[in-house]
Design a protein around this ligand. Structure first.
Ligand SMILES: Cc1ncc(C[n+]2csc(CCOP(=O)(O)OP(=O)(O)O)c2C)c(N)n1
Ligand SMILES: [Mg+2]
Length: 562
């Protein structure tokens, strides 16, 4: 019988799943897999930290809406990747992590680099297994993909111990099935009776609003969302990855769902693919929802439905499938409706809000106003640009000033976990996935430094992302929140100010990338142009004022229990 090795078994499954890039950091035990990846033309992107490999796999998944794969070295390497798995877990991002722990015959003998892998990652993965038979590697990896992609998507981890990686197996025993042969492909439809009930409630409502969450993006339901909202003339607010699923220049768009001023007036809210989490005021913050507002909740995850707020109708199902059903039902029940006065008024109010913001950004102040920086970025960037956001205030400013008019145009790196530092690795993955698209990382200075060594990855693999650092030389959001609470500059500064002498442009140059220091507003545009046209990884260290606060600081400083 012809023999094969584990590397080929792994790569056979990756190829069948259409994987073209694997994010990794080497360890001797996984090198046989590297050989097979190379032989099959799958690109290995080696990062400088395993967390970054995990974040990049997550970034790949977020941008392509297909699984991102990371290959991690044993023990400490897996420990380093835990934050990335946690981030992906909260974001519902399909990351497939492959690891190789110590030979299983040495388990629990105090072997070097051994640890209880399952205990370590079980709360941040949906499925974690160890494959102990070489001939079952392909089967186990298929199980991993299946678990990651079925239902609410999530990271999974397959451990193939060192001795199993090293052992040959019989070629015929590795079965390289097509994904359609080992995992369900269809979409989960909603119960038609509940769908009809929901549509009738929406038709009866006077001021309905739709809140769209990341589930809409993941299930590729953006067109269906637009069609449904247009058919009934319902305004839409979006959050997280759904930003851009409903074009923000659409007359029915009422902007970001987080701290949205218009949901308070709604009498019926349809929540699709979103958790009513803290950022959505748990669905009960009186500043954003009236007590009389009714909710319809559609989600792929049973637990999310009606978790924090009772619902009139809860529909378990895939966002795209249910929105299609709802549109079909609406068409059966009524003619196309015009946008209500409420929808029009909300949009006008939103545009007025935007005008105020625009005026606020018209300033030649030095240090630069962050508002001005964000406005300059928006005006400079082409309409197909992709923005990855990282940071506290920085993320809040960017969401206020940027406009997303197509799905996936703005990728907030933190997600519901709020974990800072993933921005650079995610933007590298974004650029690899979309080489023709200009990719901008907009990051706080604090967040940027977490994974700054990945500039080296950008250089080695020639990934020309442009990193724009909104540099207030502080953990700005923490500083502002503290300032609002204590009203004391001295107390707010304690522990929150960062190194003003650190030159991020020079740091970039030191690693073989390019960089510029930007200190005046009129320098922003030419610097952006040079960075974009350079075709190289580029860091703009933009010095901004710490004076200005975002709404986020106010929310955090007045945070209360609901
Ligand atoms: C990994 C991690 N550590 C700490 C925090 C707490 N935290 C939230 S916002 C913030 C400040 C971020 O500073 P920066 O990246 O410079 O952005 P800025 O707020 O200044 O725009 C910190 C430390 C976090 N969310 N994640
Ligand atoms: Mg900062």
């Amino acid at each position: 019988m012809p023999q094969t090795d584990s590397g080929k078994a792994v790569v056979g499954v990756l190829k069948a799943e259409g994987i073209t890039h694997v994010f990794s950091l080497p360890g001797g035990e996984i090198l046989p897999i590297y050989d097979a990846l190379e032989a099959e033309g799958i690109q290995i992107i080696t990062t400088r930290h395993e967390q970054a490999a995990g974040n990049a796999a997550d970034g790949w998944a977020r941008v392509t809406r297909t699984p991102g794969v990371c290959l991690l070295p044993m023990g400490p390497g897996i420990v380093n990747a835990v934050p990335a798995l946690a981030q992906a877990y909260q974001m519902g991002s399909p990351v497939v992590a492959i690891t190789s722990s110590i030979s299983h015959k040495l388990v629990e003998m105090d072997a070097f680099e051994d640890l209880d892998l399952k205990a370590l990652v079980s709360s941040v993965t949906k499925w974690t297994r160890r494959c102990v038979f070489p001939h079952r590697i392909s089967e186990y990896l298929q199980k991993a993909f299946k678990a990651s992609l079925t239902g609410r998507m999530a990271p999974v981890l397959l451990d193939i111990p060192k001795d199993i990686i090293a052992a040959p197996s019989e070629e015929a025993e590795q079965r390289f099935l097509k994904p359609t042969q080992y995992r369900p492909m269809g979409r989960l439809l909603g119960d038609p009776i509940l769908v009809k009930k929901a549509v009738i409630l929406l038709l009866k409502a006077e001021r309905p609003v739709i809140i769209a969450g990341s589930g809409v993006y993941w299930s590729r339901a953006c067109k269906e969302l637009v069609k449904f909202a247009e058919y009934l003339g319902i305004p839409v607010a979006a959050e997280y990855l759904a930003t851009g699923c409903f074009p923000q220049n659409h007359p029915l768009s009422i902007g970001n769902a987080i701290a949205n001023p218009f949901t308070r007036q709604a009498d019926m809210i349809l929540v699709v693919g979103a958790r009513l989490d803290e950022f959505l005021g748990f669905g009960r913050d009186p500043s954003f929802y009236s007590e009389d507002t009714h909710f319809i909740h559609v989600d792929i995850e049973p637990d999310a439905i009606a978790k924090n707020r009772p619902v009139s109708v809860g529909i378990l199902g895939d966002a795209k499938a249910v929105l299609m059903q709802m549109l079909q039902t609406a068409k059966e029940l009524t003619k196309k409706r015009k946008a209500s006065n409420f929808a029009k008024q909300s949009r006008v109010a939103w545009e007025q809000l935007f005008e105020v913001l625009e005026k606020d950004a018209d300033s030649d102040e030095v240090p630069i106003k962050p508002q001005r920086l964000m406005k300059e970025i928006r005006e400079f960037a082409s309409s197909n640009s992709l923005f990855v956001l990282d940071g506290g205030d920085t993320t809040a400013w960017a969401y206020l000033y940027l406009r997303a008019n197509h799905p996936g145009q703005i990728i907030g790196s933190q997600g519901p976990l709020g974990h800072l530092g993933a921005g650079l690795p995610i933007s590298l993955a974004a650029k690899l996935a979309r080489p023709e698209t200009p990719v901008y990382l907009i990051s706080g200075d604090g967040s940027f430094m977490f994974n700054v060594s990945e500039l080296d990855t950008a250089v080695r693999h020639n990934i020309p992302v442009v990193a724009i650092v909104n540099n207030d030389c502080a953990w700005g959001l923490v500083y502002h929140t503290r300032l609002l609470k204590t009203r004391s500059e001295e107390r707010a500064s304690c522990g929150t100010l960062l190194n003003e002498r650190a030159r991020l442009d020079k740091l970039a140059e030191g690693l073989g990338a390019r960089g510029e220091l930007v200190t005046k507003p009129d320098e922003i545009r030419p610097a952006l142009k040079r960075a974009t046209e350079s075709g190289q990884p580029y860091v703009l260290d933009v010095r901004v004022s710490r004076k200005y606060m975002t709404l986020l600081s106010q929310i955090f400083s007045t945070k209360r229990d609901y």
